[in-house]
Ligand binder design. Structure first.
Ligand code: FRU
Length: 465
């Protein structure tokens, strides 16, 4: 969270960013004693992937935010090379943080621990040290990113991203009655699946219709329009059984977000039963990451905006949390017509909604002379094109919608965009870097026009408390 008013190009007003240094995965998302806690992987000193602590911000309404001291610092023998990713649960009024202690030996060899820290106020955390040590038989030392939840019988489950000795990705399950003593039940998969060399940041989302197992596999080869980022995040649907096994449906791995920057998401359930997701709007080829212009200002990366996730009628959807609406300023710009239009955005923080009464025909939205958002109705294909800030090449990502397009929502920031189609049936998250003075949005029908309702709300920045 920024401590001062926005002063530079590319700074973000309503996304969580580090005050300085590098941010990556969201961690420990939890609603505890009426407060939402967001922790994140944070290198406080520079914009490299060294020395990760857990940054910590809290809110009661997703608008007013408080920054806190880091909850976990990598200062003990079992986490000296990083307090890596993990999660949080509430038990008997206390907040339990599970995290990965990353340790490198003299020759750089890796070991990892699952560690526990406990808090009674959500601000001060007492480290309890390791509760599990790795490697274990059949697996390499790449075991990390614990996600803990309570099962239907009251026992606790922990799922961990892992790598098998044959260098394929997997997930391990542990069970506990007291959150301190954990027993291995084995792989969460009833049959092995070959998909990359390491699975990071596993999560299990439970819905009435299905369970959704979300994870971030590394090492998938690009396949046509799929898997074009360096690493992916996606999911399998199925059922998690209370014996610790996930029975996967006969469905392929589905990418969760089709943008250039989305990785390592985590979800939590709030008190009203909503499944809320934050992702890391990052993971780029190392050379592209090193060229991100914000590094000159001493900070790097952001979290996505919070999303409410549903699974209904065979469809996973992610849509901005309803609280985002409270960031809207009064007096939006609206236009209802079938014309091409050029709009001067009153600010670079916009929530733009376009609605059609029937299936949208082909169109292109050009944002700030940089992003092209191109829809082809016949194939229900959405393509987003941007300029790679390292190579200057134009590059694109695509998604195919299940239903005809009738609603498009675009959350715009000065250097980040999140695009939601049909109330979150498909999503694209990406960064872009252009001259701050360019405020143009150009909407153009390619062939036959159709009346649409376009509403542009300026969004306020988060308020610091
Ligand atoms: C995912 C990840 C995790 C790890 C953390 C380290 O982005 O590599 O597997 O715990 O980041 O910062």
């Amino acid at each position: 969270m920024k401590e001062t008013e926005k002063v530079h190009d590319y700074e973000l007003g309503y996304h969580i960013t580090p005050p300085k240094g590098l941010l990556n995965d969201p961690n420990g998302l939890v609603h505890y004693k009426g407060v939402y806690h967001v922790f994140f992987q944070w290198n406080q000193t520079d914009t490299t992937h060294q020395s990760k602590s857990w940054g910590h911000v809290t809110t009661k309404d997703f608008i007013h935010w408080k920054s806190h001291k880091p909850a976990l610092e990598p200062v003990d023998w079992y986490d000296k090379d990083g307090c890596y990713s993990g999660s949080a649960v509430v038990f008997k009024e206390k907040l339990y943080l599970f995290y990965t202690g990353n340790v490198r030996g003299e020759q750089g060899e890796r070991s990892s621990y699952q560690c526990l820290a406990v808090s009674e106020d959500g601000i001060h955390f007492e480290k309890k040290g390791p509760i599990l040590a790795f490697p274990i038989k059949g697996y390499t030392a790449h075991v990390r990113d614990s996600k803990v939840w309570q099962g239907e019988d009251g026992n606790w489950w922990m799922v961990l991203g892992a790598q098998k000795e044959n260098l394929t990705g997997d997930v391990l399950m542990y069970k506990s009655t007291n959150l301190v003593d954990w027993t291995l039940t084995g792989s969460m998969l009833d049959e092995p699946i070959s998909l990359g060399f390491m699975w990071e940041c596993p999560d299990l989302l439970k819905f009435a219709e299905k369970d959704v197992f979300v994870f971030s596999p590394q090492g998938l080869e690009a396949e046509g329009e799929k898997y074009k980022n360096i690493y992916q995040t996606g999911y399998f649907t199925g059922r998690f059984l209370e014996n610790g096994k996930f029975i996967k449906d006969d469905q392929p791995f589905e990418e969760m977000d089709h943008g250039f920057e989305f990785y390592a998401p985590q979800t939590f359930l709030d008190d009203s039963g909503r499944t809320i997701l934050y992702g890391w709007a990052g993971v780029m080829e190392p050379e592209v990451e090193k060229a991100v212009p914000t590094i000159k200002q001493g900070w790097l990366h952001a979290l996505t905006s919070p999303r409410e996730v549903h699974y209904k009628n065979g469809q996973l959807t992610q849509y901005p949390l309803s609280e985002t609406i409270k960031l809207r300023e009064a007096n939006p710009i609206t236009s209802k017509n079938a014309e091409n239009e050029v709009i001067h955005l009153p600010s670079l923080q916009q929530d733009i909604l376009i609605e059609w009464n029937s299936a949208a025909p082909d169109f292109v939205i050009n944002l700030r002379n940089e992003l092209d958002i191109h829809y082809q109705a016949e194939t229900k294909k959405m393509t987003v094109t941007r300029t790679n800030w390292k190579t200057n090449a134009r590059e694109e990502r695509t998604a195919f919608l299940t239903h005809e397009l009738t609603e498009l929502r675009l959350l715009v920031e000065s250097s980040l965009v999140e695009l939601f189609l049909n109330k979150g049936e498909e999503v694209f998250t990406l960064r872009y870097f252009v001259d701050e003075t360019n405020h143009l949005l150009n909407f153009k029908y390619m062939d036959k026009p159709l009346e649409k309702l376009m509403t542009l709300y300026s969004l306020r920045s988060f308020q610091n408390e």
